[in-house]
Design a protein around this ligand. Structure first.
Ligand code: 5GP
Ligand code: MN
Length: 327
C-alpha cells in the first residue's frame, strides 16, 4: 500500500530504519547522481549504513567530484546486504533498470521524486512535481534529518539542482530553487568551479559527436519541429561515450521558431527518444506517454521497440498532431 508522505514523515521513516540502498535511475543525470550521493552521505553521517547505487555506475562526467568513487553499479557487490531501499529521481519502476532487483529485494522501499508522472511505486512515496530537481527535495530531507550539510553534500546537491534546472534557467526554476542553491553556497559549494566543470568543459568525443549529430538535423516545413538521429556508428566515429549524447537535443530546440525537438537514438533493436518543447507543448503528456514514456512538460523521453526510422516517424506524427491541435 503506497502512502503519500511529507518530508517529516519520510525523515521519520528513515530515522527508524537502517541498512539503505539509495538508488538512482538508468542513464543517471546530475540530479539522480547528486541526490543519491548526498543522501547516502547524510545517512552515514547519522551513523547508519548506506550506499548509493546507480544502475550503470557513476557517469564519467561526474566521476571527478569527491565522493563519486563510493557509488556502486547495479550488479556490483554492495558493501553490505541492504534491508531498505530509497529511490531518488526514479520516475517509474522501469527506470530502475538493472537496479530493480536490488530495490525489489529490500524489505521496505521509499520513493522521493519530482516527476509528476511518477505513479508512486514504493511503500512510502513523496512526489512533488513542483520542484526543479529531486535535489531540492533531498536537501529538505537532509535538513529534516538534522544532518549538518558537509561541503561534499552541498556540492552534490548543487550538481543535482543546477543540472536539472538548466543551470537555473528552465521554467521549473522557482524562488525555492534559488533559496536551495543559496543554502548550498553557504555550505561551501564552489559555484565558479562547479560551473566550469559542468558547463564549460567537455571531452573531445562529446564535442565531435555534437558536430556529427547536428550536421544531420532536419526541420519540418513549417519550422515548428526539429529532429536528429544518433546511431552507434556516430558514437564510434566521434569516439564518444553513451552519456555524451546528453544535452544535444537542446541545440535542436534552440533553433529559432522550433517548438518541439526530438533526438532519436538507436539502443539495440529499440529507439530511445529525448523530447523537448520550448514554450507550451506538453511533451510528457502529449508525446512520451502515448508511447509508454514520461517526464516533464518541457523535457520527456520514451523508448520504442522498433527501428529508428519507423520510431521517428511515429513520434513525429504524434508531435505534429499535438502541435496542430493547438492551431
Ligand atoms: P532525457 O531526454 O534527458 O533522457 O530525459 C528527459 C526527462 O524525461 C527526464 O526527466 C527523464 O526522467 C524523463 N524520461 C526519459 N525517458 C523516459 C522514459 O522512458 N520513461 C519515463 N517515465 N521518463 C523518461
Ligand atoms: Mn531530476
Amino acid at each position: 500500500m503506497t502512502r503519500r508522505a511529507t518530508i517529516e514523515e519520510l525523515a521519520r521513516w528513515l530515522r527508524a530504519r537502517d541498512g539503505f540502498a539509495v538508488i538512482g535511475h538508468v542513464s543517471p543525470d546530475g540530479d539522480a547522481a547528486g541526490s543519491c550521493v548526498a543522501v547516502a552521505a547524510a545517512l552515514r553521517a547519522m551513523g547508519k549504513r548506506a550506499f548509493a547505487c546507480l544502475p550503470g555506475g557513476m557517469p564519467k562526467m561526474f566521476s571527478r567530484f569527491a565522493g563519486a568513487d563510493g557509488v556502486i553499479a547495479a550488479g556490483a557487490k554492495p558493501p553490505f546486504s541492504p534491508e531498505m531501499a530509497l529511490a531518488l529521481d526514479v520516475s517509474d519502476e522501469g527506470r530502475l533498470g538493472a537496479a530493480r532487483a536490488l530495490f525489489d529485494g529490500c524489505a521496505a522501499r521509499a520513493v522521493l521524486d519530482h516527476h509528476a508522472t511518477n505513479p508512486g511505486f514504493g511503500d512510502v512515496c513523496l512526489i512533488d512535481g513542483g520542484r526543479a530537481a529531486t535535489g531540492e527535495l533531498a536537501l529538505e530531507l537532509i535538513e529534516a534529518l538534522g544532518v549538518p550539510l558537509s561541503r561534499e553534500m552541498a556540492e552534490w546537491l548543487y550538481i543535482a539542482i543546477s543540472t536539472d534546472s538548466g543551470n537555473f534557467s528552465f521554467s521549473s526554476t522557482t524562488p525555492g530553487t534559488m533559496r536551495a542553491a543559496a543554502k548550498l553556497i553557504e555550505a561551501g559549494a564552489d559555484v565558479a568551479g562547479l560551473t566550469r566543470e559542468l558547463y564549460r568543459t567537455r571531452p573531445l568525443g562529446r564535442t565531435k559527436l555534437l558536430g556529427i549529430v547536428l550536421s544531420g538535423l532536419e526541420v519540418s516545413g513549417d519550422g515548428r519541429m526539429a529532429w536528429a538521429r544518433l546511431t552507434d556508428a556516430m558514437f564510434a566515429q566521434a569516439g564518444a561515450l553513451r552519456e555524451d549524447s546528453d544535452g544535444i537535443v537542446n541545440y535542436l530546440l534552440e533553433i529559432d521558431g522550433v517548438e518541439f525537438a526530438a533526438l532519436a537514438e538507436t539502443r539495440g533493436a529499440a529507439t530511445k527518444f529525448s523530447l523537448r518543447s520550448k514554450e507550451w507543448l506538453d511533451v510528457a503528456g502529449e508525446v512520451a506517454k502515448p508511447f509508454g514514456g514520461g517526464g516533464h512538460a518541457r523535457a520527456a523521453g520514451c523508448t520504442l521497440e522498433m527501428p529508428l526510422e519507423e520510431a521517428l516517424g511515429a513520434v513525429l506524427d504524434r508531435a505534429k498532431s499535438a502541435l496542430d491541435a493547438r492551431n
